[in-house]
Design a protein around this ligand. Structure first.
Ligand SMILES: Nc1ncnc2c1ncn2[C@@H]1O[C@H](COP(=O)(O)OP(=O)(O)OP(=O)(O)O)[C@@H](O)[C@H]1O
Ligand SMILES: [Mg+2]
Length: 518
């Protein structure tokens, strides 16, 4: 008989590292940088610090790179370092319904796990929490079979940084500079994070700097309780078990958002099955919990509050597009917050349109026959891989762009000199996998994306049509211009005009053509 054995999370992910975004060397390098930078940005914003982040990538061997990401964030308490970096599914964001870049508690430890699998080297962490505290340096790796951190070294050291964290790891990867590269990821991060200063030192020693263009931090989103519309029965049962509340009415009021005392009583009343306001939550039976769950789905409750999400806003989208994309016209639109499965979210779209000769920006528009450039973002994080699997791409393909003045083959992206930016801000982004690169197809989400695209499409059409009319008019006039000398010569010979009179006819005809048409 084959022996049965439990499998540790770390063992599982060592065999399934593609689920974490570490399937190809080029992608692995981008993912490692992304996990560290996302964390750095989250940490800085939570602490109210304007982020300053330095990324260094050095080639240390054939297809082996040493990646270092240093931030000026609040630093990490030394006792937490080993678990944060060398234990999968350990974090501060998973149990909170609040907009942040990270959510699963697996990102940076997954990068460490991949580094250790491909080069055998542990991660090096340097961190300091303030001027009064010591700076610490740790070397950690994951003990995969037991799913726990191995600390190889832990020492105090000198560090001329007041507070912050530096993460270093060595991994197998591949460097390039096209789409789906570290540089592109940072360019796009700068686009949706104008309050951050980012610096990249590439393997060849060149550096790329993205200075912040604003010193205003995004509004800090507040954490919310689950909205009753979204909860599933299993989650309700778990919440009933975990609560500190002694009475059912207090439980509903305290553990959910948007349930006041009166709504709580209504829910309990509707549930029936012997439940009362004073029932003890932990003793609610399965059958009663099911009734409570049904009642929660029926009683009217307000939509979730929207200050738990921090969208970019139209002004910021327009400013960022102007900063990073050379184009003639810029548009933006933001949808009001909506809800999927109890989670608030908001969709925003921006478009840069029309070729421009300005070559000083990071991103250039595609040619007239090529597909538009789609930029996808979730909670300000650029999504650079798995575009085909993403609800954003699908919504763009499903939109009829011919109606808005862009060419489009059936089932394809529209074509033309345009960039379409879509940002989804949510307390919980439904990614299709742990690699956090594509957004799942929730109907409510898809619907909101489509509405935003249609709105931007209408703005675009007005502009494209105007441009087309101007172009047509110009062509028409040029065409007539070429015949005018012949026309005036013919008139001259019919009317036996002198050369002077003929020249006067030509002048009159020209000025008639120049007059704007009605
Ligand atoms: N640079 C940093 N400064 C301060 N705290 C950090 C830093 N990096 C990570 N942390 C802390 O470590 C935790 C774990 O990070 P990790 O990337 O593994 O998960 P996460 O960011 O919570 O979620 P995700 O898996 O989606 O990235 C974070 O929740 C955060 O509390
Ligand atoms: Mg993270």
């Amino acid at each position: 008989v084959t022996a049965l054995r439990a499998i540790s999370v770390a063992e599982f992910f060592s065999k399934n590292r593609h689920l974490l975004g570490f399937d190809a060397p080029q992608r692995a390098l981008v993912t490692a940088v992304k996990e560290a930078v996302d964390n750095a940005l989250d940490a800085c914003e939570d602490a109210g610090i304007l982020p300053e982040i330095a990324v260094e990538v050095r080639e240390t061997g054939d297809d082996v790179f040493r990646v270092a990401v240093e931030d000026n964030g609040p630093g990490i308490v030394v006792d937490e370092v080993a678990r944060i970096f060398a234990k999968l599914l350990y974090g501060s964001k998973f149990h909170q319904l609040r907009q942040s870049r990270g959510q699963q508690g697996i990102g940076i430890s997954a990068a460490g796990l991949y580094a250790q699998l491909t080069t055998g080297k542990p991660m090096r962490i340097v961190t300091r929490t303030g001027r009064e505290s010591d700076a610490w340096e740790l070397l950690v790796s994951i003990d995969t079979s037991h799913d726990r951190p191995d600390v190889h070294e832990k020492k105090k050291r000198d560090w001329d940084v007041e507070h912050g964290t530096r993460v270093e790891l060595e991994l197998e990867g591949r460097w390039n500079e096209g789409p789906g590269s570290v540089l592109r990821y940072l360019q796009l991060t700068a686009l949706t994070n104008p309050h951050a200063s980012l610096r990249l030192t590439a393997p060849d020693g060149t550096s790329h700097v993205f200075e912040r263009t604003t010193s205003v931090l995004p509004l800090s989103p507040v954490a919310i309780r689950p909205h009753p519309r979204g909860v599933e029965l299993g989650r309700l049962i778990a919440m009933l078990k975990d609560t500190e509340q002694k009475h059912l009415a207090g439980f509903l009021h305290a553990e959910f958002s948007r349930i006041g005392r009166i709504t709580a009583l209504r829910v309990i009343d509707r549930a029936g099955r012997g439940l009362t306001a004073r029932s003890y939550p932990r003793r609610v039976a399965k059958r009663q919990a099911a009734a409570l769950h049904r009642a929660l789905g029926h009683v009217r409750v307000q939509a979730p509050r929207s200050d738990c999400i921090a969208p970019l806003g139209e002004k910021s989208i327009l400013a960022s597009l102007r900063e990073h994309v050379a184009a003639q016209h810029y548009f933006a639109t933001c949808r009001p917050p909506a809800v999927y499965r109890g989670n608030p979210f908001a969709v925003e779209v921006g478009v840069a349109y029309g070729p421009s000769r300005d070559a000083s920006r990071d991103l250039t528009l595609p040619d007239r026959e090529d597909p538009v450039l789609v930029l996808r973002f979730a909670n300000r994080v650029p999504l650079v891989f798995q575009s085909g699997a993403c609800a954003i791409t699908r919504a763009i393909v499903h939109t009829n762009w011919r109606g808005y003045g862009l060419a489009q083959a059936k089932g394809a992206l529209p074509a033309g000199p345009a960039v379409i930016l879509v940002h989804i801000a949510s307390v919980w982004v439904p990614y299709t996998s742990e690699s956090k690169q594509a957004i799942a197809h929730y109907p409510e989400l898809a619907h909101e994306i489509e509405l935003a695209l249609r709105d931007i499409g209408r703005q675009l059409r007005a502009r494209v049509l105007r441009d087309d009319r101007v172009l047509l008019e110009r062509k028409r006039r040029a065409h007539i211009q070429t015949y005018l000398p012949h026309v005036s010569a013919a008139i001259g010979s019919i009317l036996h005009q002198s050369p002077k009179e003929e020249a006067e006819t030509l002048r009159l005809l020209r000025s008639a053509l120049e007059r704007p048409s009605a």
